[in-house]
Design a protein around this ligand. Sequence first.
Ligand SMILES: [Zn+2]
Length: 248
Amino acid sequence: MGDRARRRRLGPLAGLVVAVVVAAGCMGGGLDQGEPQQPAPRESGRSEPEARTTRADGTTSVAEFKQDFEDAVALAEKYWTAQFRASGERFRPIRRVVPYSRAGEVSCGGQALPRNNAVYCSAGDFIAYDVNWSVSAFREIGDAFLFYLLGHEYAHGVQVRLGIRYDFTIQQELQADCMAGAYLGDSVRSGALRLADGDLDEFREGLLAVGDDPDQPWFAEGAHGTAEQRSEKFFSGYENSLKACDLG
Ligand SMILES: [Zn+2]
């Protein structure tokens, strides 16, 4: 399945985009307990969000980035709450979203989080991200991709709530890509999210660049899937909603 013809079309962006692979690398799984050792996470209760519009591009400041990230979180909470309600279930939002800027500032299940990363931590049910790294990454890649990243990490929290635990990380990761696609596609269809011109291309190009190295065995711990597999899953969810994602 390795496609040796895969190209890194983004040229100078390739390094940054590869960094996002680490972001989506998600330490969530095996960690068993813990709390973020960091004060002042944002409150989960928010006022009802207006329709979100991705910025014209080029997130320019840390404050702006944090706002965009919180918008994406609010949108995800609203989306999953509605999905669970439609099944007669009550959704418990992910407890916290914790920006950090120093290595070791936040821990997940006793393991210090390094810089240049973003994860869902199942141990404490929170998402943590290195804010400075994220800002520079998304300055280059574009802000729509931020919604993908958050959607992917958030999906891991939903998998935990649904008790979904696959044998191989690649299954867990590709399903999270599908769920991120469904969250975005459904939000666009419902009018909760407006994409700017070029955002779909941004997803397309970003996903092409975040695939695993073709030499990586699909069954490897930490495998996420090739660029083709990840794009296919994301857009399958984007176009067909959650029925494409095998949530059971
Ligand atoms: Zn993941």
